[in-house]
Design a protein around this ligand. Structure first.
Ligand code: PGA
Ligand code: ZN
Length: 433
């Protein structure tokens, strides 16, 4: 068999599996003539942006409407016959074919859940046939940077059953020399936080939300950060020089008709801005995601000009990993960082385009999981391949989250002395944005 033949796609197949919320999702397999088998599982969000790629779901009573039989059928009957016979290394060509076969602006015909899983499986198959680690296959020999694991350790919003309006209270362990040391700090702080919460509120406060962070009965962001601050202090790490904080407001979820309902108050956009400035003056915040509604370009611009020199102002629902939206909004100074979620756009090629678009605009980017995720650690490899300064993968608990951290541990170990932890890069990056 020639080298070219080895990489030819021999078969594509999808099955329905479950995500971490117990909802069906699509797992695709791509088998090459040379014997390599690639796979990929589509994650699924709960606080989704309006312009995201659409998940095709079956509706009806079975699986409470969440079944993905149609999307699986789309992989097996529509996508497979068109991809079989192609060279798996031609990711762009295959992804373009997926886009054309779908033919809609938001993957609503085939389903972003179908295309995402196939696109990941193609990359994995090609990497495996090449005999290369996935991050090396995608990123080349320079892929040696390990991201800062930013961990959502208190969950609120639509990810938790408490009354916190903001969705994610995050720790950013940047002041360390290696990924493993940063991860260890995050793990220790997580366990100290558990003790702090138990002392303060009793065992009922130890339940966790969708991303593995605790979901205590809190109402205020200040209270949440105070508790995290106590956990960091008890763990013995230094606040600010080693561990800073982050917040994903996910503000589209509490916005209606020009008003943000936060902690029982109805806030005008400008008042919400003041609230963020207050938080930022009280805590060492280096990361603020979706501070305003996903279409409020002007307030994103205001947030970036007021706070963007000391923190990443990150667009998640605001950019939806879409290269065109990143250009139109990013070039106006609305946001200085882009959250990268492959299933928001539906193919690896479009995801890589979003990253290069952000880079060209001088913006940072952060590779991210979804609140409904799986054992697929793809984003760990993607973060190293693209030298993403951070990875957003939830609390250091529950296997769909730790699968990403565990893969990064493995990558750092494999790189040995060549590995470079991105933590110290953060302050230079903030100056450059
Ligand atoms: P989602 O939320 O995966 O539920 O959309 C995660 C986030 O907002 O970052
Ligand atoms: Zn978000």
């Amino acid at each position: 068999m020639t080298i070219l033949e080895e990489f030819v796609v021999e078969g594509v197949r999808a099955v329905q599996v479950l995500d971490s919320r117990g909802r069906p999702t699509v797992k695709s397999y791509v088998r090459l003539k040379g014997g390599a088998l690639g796979w990929g599982i589509s994650p699924s969000g709960a606080s989704r942006g309006e312009r995201e790629a659409v998940e095709v779901r079956d509706g009806g009573k079975r699986w409470k409407g969440y079944g993905v039989g149609i999307a699986v059928h789309n992989v097996n009957k529509v996508i497979a016959p068109r991809i079989e016979g192609l060279d798996a290394r031609r990711q762009e060509l295959i992804d373009r074919l997926l886009i054309e076969l779908d033919g809609t602006p938001n993957k609503s015909r085939l389903g972003g859940n179908a295309t995402t899983s196939v696109s990941i499986a193609v990359a994995r198959a090609a990497a495996s046939q090449s005999g290369l680690e996935l991050f090396k296959y995608l990123g080349g020999p320079d892929a040696v940077g390990l991201p800062i694991p930013i961990m959502n350790i208190i969950n609120g919003g639509v990810h938790a059953g408490n009354e916190l309006d903001f969705q994610e209270f995050i720790i950013v362990p940047h002041g360390f020399d290696s990924f493993v040391e940063a991860l260890r700090a995050g793990v220790e702080i997580y366990h100290y936080l558990k003790e702090v919460l138990k002392r303060e509120f009793g065992p009922n406060a130890l339940n966790v939300g969708d991303e593995g962070g605790f979901a205590p009965p809190l109402k205020s962001a200040f209270q949440a950060f105070d508790l995290i601050e106590r956990a960091v202090m008890e763990s013995g790490y230094s606040i600010d020089s080693q561990v800073s904080f982050g917040l994903d407001a996910a503000s589209s979820q509490f916005y209606r008709d020009g008003i943000y309902t936060v902690e029982g108050k109805s806030l005008e956009p400008q008042e919400l801005m003041d609230f963020y400035e207050d938080l930022a003056s009280r805590y060492p915040i280096v990361y603020l995601e979706d501070p305003f509604h996903e279409d409020d370009v002007e307030m994103f611009r205001v947030a970036t000009s007021r706070l963007g020199s000391k923190m990443l102002i990150v667009g998640d629902d605001f950019f939806t990993t879409n290269p065109k939206t990143i250009v139109t909004r990013g070039s106006k100074g609305a946001g200085n960082a882009v959250l990268i979620k492959i299933n928001q756009v539906g193919t690896l090629t479009e995801t890589l385009n979003a990253i290069s678009t952000a880079r060209d605009l001088g913006m940072a980017y952060v590779v991210s999981h979804r609140s409904g995720d799986s054992e697929d650690p793809f984003i760990a490899d993607l973060s190293v391949a693209t030298n993403s300064v951070m990875i957003k993968a939830g609390a250091p608990a529950r296997s769909e989250r730790t699968s990403k951290y565990n893969r990064l541990l493995e990558i750092e170990e494999g790189l040995g002395i060549n590995a470079r932890y991105s933590g110290r890069r953060l302050k230079y990056l903030l100056k450059s944005l």
